[in-house]
Design a protein around this ligand. Structure first.
Ligand code: S3P
Length: 416
């Protein structure tokens, strides 16, 4: 199959969530262009509207008029979105609101103790279904400062604490042993918050006045780009360009992993916008070799492990992804979903002590892909199927709507 052309993908999901949330509590009117068009963003927008935010689409921009938010009269529906749940919890706590968070079947199985513990220590009264959704949060007594040592490498947990600390009674700190995506820190600084670092600690001051409004164009989502990068490297005669991609170091671990596997990926047109690095990626077909992926890099490829595991199926030798336990707590148990689907295609894959092993080899069968209703599993294994059979069959095509609704159209645009 030929993989050729140029694509500009929709905005980064992580930055989009943060831009909408922080603009909603900022002073004045904010403009956000190239917002991620997935269903998760719609959950964030609906929730903030339920709390009185003014968010409107005007031409190619989202216009947010910063307002005093109020406690909602209904349950806030986070849909499938872990980022919405954990970040909104912190954001609304900073505003001293009282609210309940609910979600779909998948989200209702995901661990929330990781935010319940720090937010409770900050003064929120929280009840949950044994550490799971629904969560009822009452922050009306105010927020105390916290010095918190992160227990898991999670940007969602870090951001939840950072956001609630904006409404705190004193300076807070978060000690992050393994760095995770830092979009909250970058955006908060750009909006005038006092936020800095001391070694591995992030120091955040409570807001003395409202955040400044922003005017941003969200760069393309590297986690979406990763599917097309993979498609190009594992097929012959590829020549693909992805423009305006977010190249923040905490997000492009997959490019580093692929380079180590021998892949030909180059960057051009690099520049900084709103504190974030942006540029183009140019990708050619590559002869892949297996590697060991160290645990320190996992947080920077946490959403890309499914597609990297697919790439590993085409490499020479056995690739090991060390300590990927966090994959079990995503939209589905992705460790299980990756192994299940690789095995279904006839590729040997297994888990040992939370390490994932993928033996490069010949794809032997074309199964119907089991998506577990997870967008990234659906996209990763569509790429695998398409590469081997020029066709694919999924048990749920719709689930790509969560982060990249036009995935299948983009695919046909660059494949021949
Ligand atoms: C995200 C953080 C990651 C990632 C998710 C988006 C964010 O989750 O998997 O897709 O925007 O902060 P964790 O923080 O739970 O690892």
């Amino acid at each position: 199959m030929l993989v050729q052309g140029t694509l500009q993908l929709p905005g980064d999901k992580s930055i989009s969530h943060r831009a909408i949330m922080l603009s909603a509590i900022a002073n004045g009117v904010s403009y956000v262009k190239n917002l991620n068009d997935g269903a998760d963003l719609q959950s964030t927008i609906n929730i903030l509207k339920d709390c009185g935010a003014s968010i409107q689409q005007r031409d190619d921009k989202i216009v947010i008029n910063g307002k005093e938010l109020h406690s909602p009269s209904n349950n806030l529906d986070c849909g499938n979105s872990g980022t919405t749940t954990r970040l909104v919890a912190g954001l609304l706590a900073s505003q001293k609101l009282t609210f309940s968070l609910i979600g779909d079947e998948s989200l209702s199985k995901r661990p929330m103790k990781r935010i319940i513990t720090p937010l409770t220590a900050m003064g929120c009264k929280i009840s949950s279904n044994n550490g799971l959704l629904p969560l009822s949060i009452d922050a009306s007594d105010g927020i105390s400062a916290i010095d918190y040592d992160m227990k898991v490498a999670s940007a969602q947990v870090k951001s939840s604490i950072l956001f609630s600390a904006l409404g705190g009674n004193n300076v807070s700190s978060i000690n992050e042993i393994i760095p995770t995506r830092n979009h909250s820190e970058i955006m908060l600084k750009n909006m005038g918050a006092l936020i800095g670092s001391e070694g591995s600690k992030i120091i955040v001051h409570p807001l003395k006045s409202k955040l400044n409004s922003i005017d941003i164009s969200v760069p393309s989502d590297p986690s979406s780009a990763a599917f097309f990068v993979a498609l190009a490297v594992i097929n012959n005669n590829s020549n693909l360009k992805l423009t305006n991609v977010l190249l923040n170091n905490t997000r492009i671990g997959f490019v580093k992993v692929l380079n180590k596997m021998n892949c030909l990926i180059s960057k051009s047109n690099e520049s900084i916008h709103n504190g974030e690095k942006v540029g183009d990626l140019i990708i050619s077909s590559s002869n892949l070799k297996a590697i060991e992926v160290e645990p320190e890099i996992i947080p920077s490829i946490i959403d890309e492990v499914p597609i990297l595991a697919v790439v590993a199926a085409f490499a020479n030798g056995t690739t090991v992804f060390k300590n990927v336990e966090e994959l079990k707590y995503k939209e589905c148990d992705r460790l299980n979903a990756i192994i299940h689907n690789l095995e279904a295609f006839g590729i040997k894959a297994y888990e040992k002590n939370n390490d994932l092993f993928v033996e490069g080899g010949k794809v032997k069968k074309m199964p119907k892909i089991t998506t577990f209703d997870d967008h990234r599993i659906a996209m990763a294994f569509t790429i695998l199927s398409l590469t081997s059979f020029e066709k694919y069959e999924l048990d749920n095509k719709q689930c790509v709507d969560i982060s990249l609704p036009n995935f299948f159209n983009y695919l046909s645009e660059v494949t021949k």
